[in-house]
Design a protein around this ligand. Structure first.
Ligand code: GLA
Length: 391
């Protein structure tokens, strides 16, 4: 997102804060949503991921309080200001949107950080339920604001860990570390090659426009509402696979040992499929990194398509709408395409030559109409800045 647009967001959000709380905010922060280029469901297996930040972001105007009170308001949800007492915050007690920011405050305090209260107004342009990390954006923007306002001096990856804890324990969703780290640590013009075991990271230049390409996000508008139970089941299946194979995490199975590992799993067919996806997906991330680093950007297309087939056939988390985007795009000249994010709905990405973008967009839209599906929302994703203070 250009700085001019970010400034406008910051101004509008600060103004609304002042109306709500009767004084100007102490500051305004932003944290983006993300798309994942490759490396799906590898993060809770200690594996590799490669997300980049979207221009869509959550913006928070925030002031410090000293009286143990947390006041929360969102421009995107109907209803007034919610007022909570910090001492009353307790895991899984809140089923509303407020659980995300409140969970972050809870996680910070539980880790021993002296956060004494805050007034927060949030506004987000990250589509929710689209697999683009709208929740992580909310968590990270709040964490960064409190980090600054209470001089906690935590680094991006540390904030990401606390946000993940908020989501795992306070909200009760068993997610990995990718989305929060992407929101906290991504850089404009780059994809983030992240090793989720130790959170070591490398910024990989990813400027498609300079090479005459574009990356489209196709939001199928299928909300991944049933995903949580299924997500947890996949996670448990992967943990079972690691236990049967005697490793800490599936990350520890080298690609060269995949066949031997599958043979050892015998008739555990479901676990075998999960293991095959994770081991091959880690190898795909490494392949994409080396292709990008050697300037062979177009050659990542087929790797993305392979990743989709693995998520569809082995991990079994695609859906007809996501498959339709990918099949249509690949049949109509896209360089590559795959579902992105947790699955069961949400979004797909399409890598294409710039000159093919208009025709591809039209063809995908027509395919949805013909299939009787809700029209998808299609937009271009430009690798954008990670979380930062706007004013
Ligand atoms: C969701 C989770 C992430 C990750 C992806 C799948 O986005 O929040 O931690 O597991 O699904 O790659």
């Amino acid at each position: 997102m250009s700085e001019a647009v970010a400034d406008k967001d910051a101004g509008a959000v600060a103004e609304r804060f002042t109306e709500l709380y009767g004084a100007e905010p102490h500051g305004v922060w932003a944290a983006p949503g993300r798309v994942n280029l490759i490396g799906e469901h590898t993060d809770y297996n200690d594996g590799f991921v490669m997300p980049f930040a979207l221009p869509h972001q959550a913006v928070a105007a925030v002031s410090r309080r000293a009286d143990g009170v947390l006041r929360l308001h969102s421009a995107d949800v109907e209803g007034g200001v919610s007022e909570l007492r910090l001492d009353d915050l307790s895991p899984e007690s809140d089923k509303n949107w407020t659980a995300y920011p409140a969970g972050v405050v809870w996680a910070l305090r539980e880790a021993g950080h002296a956060v004494t209260g805050a007034d927060i107004h949030l506004a987000s342009t990250v589509p929710s339920g689209a697999g683009l990390s709208s929740s992580a954006a909310l968590e990270v923007v709040v964490a960064l604001a409190l980090n600054d306002l209470f001089s906690l001096n935590l680094r991006g990856w540390q904030l990401a860990r606390l946000c993940q804890r908020a989501e795992n324990v306070y909200v009760g969703a068993p997610v990995g570390i990718m989305d929060q780290t992407a929101s906290a640590c991504c850089e404009e013009g780059h994809a983030l090659f992240l090793d989720t075991r130790d959170l070591s990271q490398r910024q990989i230049p990813f400027d498609l426009a300079a090479e005459g390409m574009r990356l489209l996000v196709v939001d199928t508008q299928v909300k991944h509402s049933h995903s949580e139970g299924e997500y947890g089941k996949r996670r448990e299946g992967c943990e079972k696979g690691a236990a049967l194979l005697g490793v800490d995490a599936l990350r520890d199975i080298p690609y060269a040992d995949l066949d031997a590992a599958l043979a050892r799993l015998g008739d555990e067919e479901e676990v075998r499929r999960l293991v095959r996806h994770i081991v091959t997906e880690n190898e795909r991330v490494e392949r994409v990194v080396s292709l990008l680093e050697s300037g062979e950007t177009r050659a990542i297309g087929p790797v993305l398509a392979e990743g989709h087939a693995s998520l569809r056939d082995d991990f079994r988390i695609s859906c007809p709408e996501l498959d339709l985007v990918v099949d249509t795009a690949l049949a109509s000249g896209a360089l590559g395409a795959r579902m992105t994010g947790g699955g069961f709905g949400g979004s797909a990405i399409v890598l294409a030559e710039e000159t093919d973008v208009d025709a591809l967009t039209k063809t995908i839209q027509e395919a949805f109409t013909t299939a009787g599906f809700t029209a998808p929302r299609i937009f271009e994703a430009v690798p954008s800045a990670g979380a930062r203070r706007l004013r």
